[in-house]
Ligand binder design. Structure first.
Ligand code: GP9
Length: 414
């Protein structure tokens, strides 16, 4: 309806104003012209970081790396049924995935303000690397729409380290760096999507002594993610050897949850009970960090942030104004506050965390107070739940009805 269209335009305008504010912050453009390498890590969850199993670090390389990086411990994935493709869409295009199916499959022909096309217009090359069948998740078509210069898929990789669904991530990273070197175009924007830690995590890696978790899905997951961590360590070495480390922004995030809900096994791992609040949040939390050249700005930012904030963050660092784009995120480096909305209508603003029930009644569900992880008065989550619902409706209208061309035209008129 006309009314809904106006509501959508007004909502996006407000969000654009917030992003325009971030263009006045000192970090805007501080990394102009730097390369960007984004690692989207399969099913990688935050609880792995700084976690030991039987006295051994699961992710020693990432633990070291986050200390040298801007680390966001309260980063959440925003995916739904479209899993890896949803993470890719939310991150690159800064809109919500759809509630059923995948935008990559259902709306690959629609118009979006995704990162590859934006950085290309600013002198970057843009490539995406994933050692699997190019048609999976309809990537061939969607990546064409997103205007990547090239999608390096399984056909572009040498199958020299068979592991799980494909080649192992160590070989994948090595060949990805070779591909970037061979392109010889800087600055580059590149996205590398890993695969070795894919469910059911049985890749035959047993480097850690995991005791009673042996043979459990969580145990296999720990072994697989430990291998991915080793691959990340090797990637950093490769970037250094190839002279890329000091002029590249390296970003890492987990795409979605590991779908493991065997809470007894988590209790074995943590050596303590898992609280109701953790059960509600552990699977939503995926790691996110940005390594900036020369370890600049290394530290922890506690702000609640999500995948949809990734593209605006990159654009702020590179000094590319994102104020006019039809995106919903805000740079994570900015103090401008904004809640993280989940596809199921849940949200968090860093103070409360709302888990809706299944009945779809607005605002009904569990409202957690994040300070102590206890249930809060439902009223504390009511306004946020209402805002979350509107944000999802606005995103759905844009995605389903291909509204971006009309929104762009409207903006040009003003
Ligand atoms: C396949 C990979 C896995 O190409 O990205 O996708 P998922 O099953 O995790 O959505």
């Amino acid at each position: 309806t006309e009314e809904q269209l106006k509501e959508t335009k007004d909502w996006m305008k407000e969000r654009q104003k917030l992003r325009q504010q971030t263009e006045q912050e000192p970090i805007f453009g501080a990394y102009k012209g730097k390369n960007v390498l984004v690692i989207q890590a399969e099913a990688f969850q935050t609880f792995l970081l700084n976690q030991k199993v039987n006295g051994q670090e699961i992710t020693p390389n990432l633990n070291k790396l986050i200390k040298q990086s801007v680390y966001f411990p309260n980063f959440y994935h925003q995916t739904a049924n479209g899993r890896t493709s949803d993470a890719d869409f939310a991150t690159s295009c800064s809109l919500h995935p759809v509630s059923s199916g995948s935008v990559f499959i259902r709306f690959a022909g629609h118009t979006f303000d995704c990162l590859p096309q934006v950085v290309k217009a600013n002198g970057y090359s843009a490539t995406v690397h994933h050692a699997y069948d190019g048609s999976f998740w309809n990537r061939n078509n969607m990546y064409h729409n997103m205007a990547y210069d090239k999608f390096y898929n399984i056909k572009d990789f040498t199958l020299d380290e068979k592991l799980g669904w494909s080649i192992g991530d160590k070989s994948f990273f090595r060949q990805t760096v070779e591909q970037l070197k061979a392109r010889n175009h800087e600055p580059f924007y590149a996205m590398a999507i890993t695969l070795s830690s894919h469910h059911p995590y049985t890749i035959g890696k047993h480097d850690l002594n995991i005791g009673s978790l042996t043979g459990k899905t969580l145990g296999n997951y720990i072994q697989a993610t430990h291998y991915v961590d080793e691959a990340m360590g090797e990637l950093v070495d490769l970037l250094k050897q190839n002279g890329l480390w000091d002029n590249t922004i390296l970003m890492f995030y987990g795409d979605h949850d590991n779908s493991i809900t065997d809470w007894n096994d988590y209790e074995t791992l943590f050596g303590r009970p898992v609280t109701e609040f953790e059960k509600a949040t552990i699977l939503k939390k995926v790691p996110f960090f940005i390594h900036l050249p020369h370890d600049e700005h290394a530290g922890v930012i506690d702000k609640a942030v999500g995948q949809m904030d990734t593209a605006p963050t990159i654009l702020q660092l590179l000094g590319i104004p994102a104020g006019n784009f039809q995106q919903m995120g805000i740079s994570m480096m900015s103090p401008v506050p904004k809640p993280v909305v989940f596809r199921n209508g849940g949200f968090t603003d860093g103070n409360v965390y709302f888990v809706p029930n299944n009945e779809g009644v607005l605002g009904r569900g569990t409202c957690f107070n994040m300070k102590n992880g206890t249930a809060a008065e439902p009223a504390a989550c009511q306004p946020g739940a209402k805002d979350a619902r509107l944000e999802l409706q606005v995103s759905d209208r844009i995605v389903d009805h291909d509204l971006i061309p009309a929104l762009r035209k409207e903006a040009e008129k003003q």
